[in-house]
Ligand binder design. Structure first.
Ligand code: ZN
Length: 158
């Protein structure tokens, strides 16, 4: 593709597109997903979720990614690739790829992202910081992903 054929999106363009996509998918998970088992509720509480009863899990063959070419390109540049994504948390909604459900460490990781959304207070507010993190660090080493990985370590240390 000609790199000059699209004008460079502003941060606010990315932010509003990512927020709209995340809100839409969070609502889809809320409608289609299952609530947590007692053991999952306990684990979510242990990693800091204040309303674990609001969490819904939707197991899918592949984690959906935005169709919007601007968002797809941004995710790719940040190192977020559909084939390497085993879970995605959108507010109190969690997509889990079916081949990841048995991987114990993915649960505290995604639950910790729920706690982060609760801390920020909205999908829009979370997305502001998450996109800044991706822009600055790319996917992985930034503070929100580091915090989610720390929740995995906390579980494995028990
Ligand atoms: Zn994560």
């Amino acid at each position: 593709m000609n790199p000059h054929s699209m004008s460079t999106p502003t941060f606010d363009d990315l932010w509003s597109a990512a927020t709209a996509w995340a809100e839409q998918h969070s609502a889809h998970i809320a409608a289609q997903g299952r609530s947590l088992t007692p053991a999952e509720l306990t684990l979510a509480s242990q990693v800091g979720v204040t309303a674990p009863e609001r969490i819904r899990i939707l197991v899918v063959p592949e984690i959906p990614f935005p169709d919007d070419p601007v968002l797809r390109a941004f995710a790719g540049q940040a190192g977020m690739l559909p084939e390497r994504t085993g879970g995605m948390t959108l507010g109190h909604g969690i997509y889990l790829r079916e081949d990841q459900v048995a991987r114990a460490s993915i649960w505290p990781h995604e639950f910790r992202h729920v706690a982060q959304y609760e801390c920020f207070g909205s999908i829009k507010a979370f997305m502001f910081f998450y996109l800044k993190e991706l822009l600055h660090f790319r996917y992985g080493p930034g503070p929100l992903e580091t915090d989610a990985r720390a929740a995995e370590a906390q579980l494995l240390a028990r």
